[in-house]
Design a protein around this ligand. Sequence first.
Ligand code: CTP
Length: 475
Amino acid sequence: MNLADKISDPIFKKVAEIAQSEQVETFVIGGFVRDLLLDRIHKKDIDFVVLGDGIAFAKTVADKLNKKKYLSVFKNFGTAMIRLNDQDLELEFVGARKESYRRDSRKPIVENGSLQDDQNRRDFTINAMSISLNSTNYGELIDPFNGLDDLENKVIRTPLEPDQTYSDDPLRMMRAIRFATQLNFKISQESFEAISRNKDRIRIISAERITAELNQIMKCPKPSIGFDLLYRSGLLEIILPEIHALQGVEEVDGQTHKDNFYHTIEVVDNISRTTDNLWSRWAALLHDIGKPKSKRFDKNSGWTFHGHEFLGSKMIPRIFKRLKLPMNDKMRYVQKLVKLSSRPAGLAKENVTDSAVRRLVHDAGNDIEELMLLVEADITSKNKKLVKKYLNNFKLVREKLIEIEEKDQVRNFQPPVSGIEIIEAFDLKPCKEIGIIKHAIKEAILEGTIPNEREAAQQFMIEKGKELGLTYRSK
Ligand code: CTP
């Protein structure tokens, strides 16, 4: 197969010309080729493999393109990269090698190899295809492992015996699952069995790299494909034991509860249809992690998980820390969504008070919309009628939220009377009464005892102060 027409970007001709004048055989390889054949948009990096010194060749290319300033050399990895800012493109060069292709290997690359050696040592057949940039066969696809067939049949397979490929670089187990999720491919049975056998080798991979793959899985249209594979291969238990613990159904007195693992990954799929926010998807994944610890059975009430949202939100910092996810406002956002994840359901009753709605608006603040998306995603019943009923209930909650918002504006509510004003009003030194009054004003507004207005709040402050035995000094 010749792909000369398909590689139309002038950069390929330029690299080919330089390769010819330098007499270095050069090939395009990896993800670019795969995505070209899939008609899929490839993120802007192109990998070139050269027979010989990859770094030296990259230097020549940078020189001839007048891009020396944009050349980065990674000596230990045996690679070099040229950034073409105007095209938002990165050209990566590597010398063909015999040993496994590892971008961040700490060991210097010593052993040069042939193109076939290099292709042997890549992760998957679909990532091992290359296109020649040499004058004798420019554009020809070199596909020694029938990667093309695997693309057609939607199969992830390793070029070598899978145990070898995965043990060379255990991150590839995560990559296999990530590609299966992104491309909606199946992992070949042989390969999947090898992942299960080698799962413990994942422990030598850094949390950052595992998390980068998890995030890519999470950004897919149907992340459950990946989480199911992680679960069935045994990797999930190692990298996310809290999610693994959700699996299983217990039965007491003929009463069962649902399998919270399969429920959870369905919730992640559901929310992925309504939001691209990665952190809302994380909240969906983690929304029930407090359940195993809060699970109780009682003859009268059956299975209960009281307080699981609170417990779950408390578990999040440890998980974020372990996975090297950001310990900042992103984490607090996930915690908040998990913590509030049962609140909207409580508002779905007809006789719900304004104050309960006001409190939720206040607690969720600007994240109320994403919280509603989470609770709607949380409906996973097979019974269509029931789903419709619950969705309808949330529609009513949404209406109430709008109504209260318009009326009271408590979303990013700042108390209309400040601490300083309280101090001045009663001529106080710092003392606990200030906090008590402040809190009482906030509660009165949320409760609806007084409107969210300055004058009413001041009046309330005076009364509250008197109750506490303070003397009001009018100005
Ligand atoms: N590769 C590998 N083993 C790895 C990582 C990468 O064999 N653990 C090889 C594959 O041939 C891969 C190429 O290096 O195609 C480039 O890797 P990378 O840029 O990480 O991935 P892509 O395949 O380009 O895919 P994507 O951009 O979607 O991550």
